[in-house]
Design a binder for this molecule. Sequence first.
Ligand code: CA
Length: 236
Amino acid sequence: MTNAGRAHVLIVEDEPVTRSKLAAQLTAEGFLVSEAGDARDMRTIVSRSVPDVVLLDINLPDESGLILARDLRAKSSVGIILVTARQDETDRIVGLELGADDYVTKPFNPRELAVRVRNLIRRVAPSMAAERQASGVFGFAGWRLDCDARQLISPAGESVRLTRGEFDVLAALARNPGRALTRDQLLDLTQHDGEAVIDRTIDVLVGRLRRKIEADPKHPAIILTVHGIGYRLASG
Ligand code: CA
């Protein structure tokens, strides 16, 4: 979770009306929201980027939400909130045993749900950050930088092409969220054999990165200039 708490919540729900209502509410609460209509969609989204919290409907058309909860928990400490019908008491208990963190019962109060999501994000944030760091995946402002796959994924889930130099500068900043790095440090962290690099290179690379990732490259909100020092990545 980074940048003003724009945590990523994945809603897994096969009823389109319920799903879009939930998505609208959580988006209004400031979360970055993805939606999956079944288990297959969920697996695709999670393989691209592990969210901070999954809202998981137990009754899905293709697989049981309980199995999904178990599989998610086996792979990560992502927050899991089961969404159940009132009569699903046994499933709820099994779900909690399989590693879900919390549950809500339909019909739920949207404001209460938002509070539960926020509390759970706070609880899982340290372990999620550690897992992402270990896996070389960094998040900022809804973006995900995967250092192993050398891939940058936009908040909309699209892959954005970066040159090697651009990627290395962004990775150096992402590994040090909120910390200002000097141009010298950035040069050291992005130096490749046999390449002549000068201070100015960093400014050029940052300029190109900003044009690719900033909503308004003239007034950057992600890669910030620290006057007299260098650059830093905005952090929550
Ligand atoms: Ca359902």
